[in-house]
Design a protein around this ligand. Structure first.
Ligand code: MG
Length: 381
């Protein structure tokens, strides 16, 4: 029979900074909570997943877990951790065992879940822990009072697993204030086996823990480097200036388009969407929508950059080529690089803008319009 998992995520998590509870902040483009939930959701021995959240976080929760399947049950937590676990236990259906996991531990592994479940065949409780290896002291007011023996001491982790009926009864009669569910289980006579924990199964507590989690993920998942390309054309119409890569250049004609017709910025925006496999500019900003009429194209580029950042990517390099006979581009390329870099929030050294003519051949050669192509390289940080 499959086990249930309760992910406790009702805390406020303010020590980690960031303005929202830590479990909803992202590590490498995915929220802490979504990472924890997805490992359980992908595990073949887990049937139901109950996420216990704070009543104020319903919106954050649906943003973060919107794509998960119907094995997921969301319940509101209580004022204390114990009350939240009780609410979670009440929502479990049709399972003999349950794993209770801290929503602030995003790097739990499938192997660790297996070790806990395996131990539940022999014991009514099982939980991962690591032996303490540092020397321990007792201290007061900044001074060491005495060394403290570390033999037999462990650092506790989650998920902590139990036979459902046993932990339900234990929680139902236990008062508030337990640090974890093993404490509740022991108080009510359950035997709890220790299984080997994992150093990477960290609990996000302080701001620097986000960086540590990102480094662990990068090692685990390898580097994600992507290249996208973009191409765009705009025709000339009557006018006195063109806008190219964010720079207005006086000219004998203007470029025709729904927005400001910045052909170079459009090609670059499409290159970034391309690297993210997120379609193209027309899908995000339909030309049929009047609100984009005459719009400055930095709206599009900023949107593409936001999509990249949300997914944990930075733009490591971009290269734009403008194809036209006139106006002369060369004198403006430095200003264009700086304009694009400022919009994208990257260093100008990472942005290239260059130009070529088409030797008077084709529509660009006949000066009917300007074409642009762009390549962008994105790296998951
Ligand atoms: Mg365009």
């Amino acid at each position: 029979m499959q086990s249930a998992a309760i992910i406790v995520a009702a805390g406020r998590g303010t020590r980690a900074g960031g303005g929202i509870p830590k479990q909803y902040r992202t590590v490498a483009g995915k929220s802490v909570l979504a990472r924890a939930v997805s490992t359980f959701a992908a595990h073949p021995r887990i049937g139901q997943i109950v996420v216990v959240h704070h009543p104020d976080d319903s919106e954050l929760l649906s943003d973060c877990l919107g794509a998960f399947d119907n094995r997921l049950t969301a319940v509101e937590g209580g004022d204390t951790r114990d009350a939240s676990v009780l609410a979670g236990l009440a929502a479990v259906e049709g399972a003999e065992t349950v794993l209770i996991h801290d929503g602030a531990r995003p790097l739990v592994s499938a192997a660790l879940i297996d070790r806990v479940l395996d131990a539940l065949a022999e014991h009514r409780g099982a939980a991962p822990a690591l032996p303490v290896t540092d020397a321990l002291w007792r201290g007061r007011e900044g001074r060491v009072i005495a060394p403290h023996p570390r033999e037999g001491l462990y650092r506790a982790q989650t998920p902590q697993g139990f036979h459902l009926d046993a932990i339900r009864s234990a929680h139902a009669i236990h008062g508030v204030g337990a640090l974890d569910d093993v404490e509740v289980a022991l108080a009510h006579g359950l035997d709890v086996a220790i299984v080997e924990g994992e150093e990477d199964n960290i609990k996000i507590t302080h701001p620097r823990d986000f960086e540590r989690a990102a480094r662990i993920l990068q090692e685990r998942e390898g580097m994600d480097i992507r290249t996208g390309n973009g191409f765009d054309v705009h025709a000339f119409e009557a006018g006195e200036a063109v806008v190219l890569c964010g720079v207005e250049i006086p000219h004998t004609q203007a470029l025709k388009g729904h927005s400001d017709a910045d052909v170079g910025m459009h090609a670059l925006t499409d290159a970034i969407y391309g690297a993210l496999a997120l379609g193209d500019i027309g899908q995000h900003f339909p030309p049929s929508d009047p609100q984009w009429k005459g719009a400055p194209s930095d709206i599009f580029l900023k949107h593409a950059m936001e999509q990249a950042r949300e997914r944990g990517f930075t733009v490591s390099h971009a290269d734009v080529t403008l194809i036209c006979e006139r106006p002369k581009i060369g004198p403006h390329t430095q200003a264009m690089r700086e304009a694009l870099a400022a919009i994208m929030g990257v260093a100008p050294e990472r942005i290239s803008v260059k130009a070529t003519t088409s030797e008077k051949l084709g529509f660009t050669g006949r000066e009917e319009g300007i074409a642009a192509l762009a390549t962008a390289t994105l790296v998951k940080a």
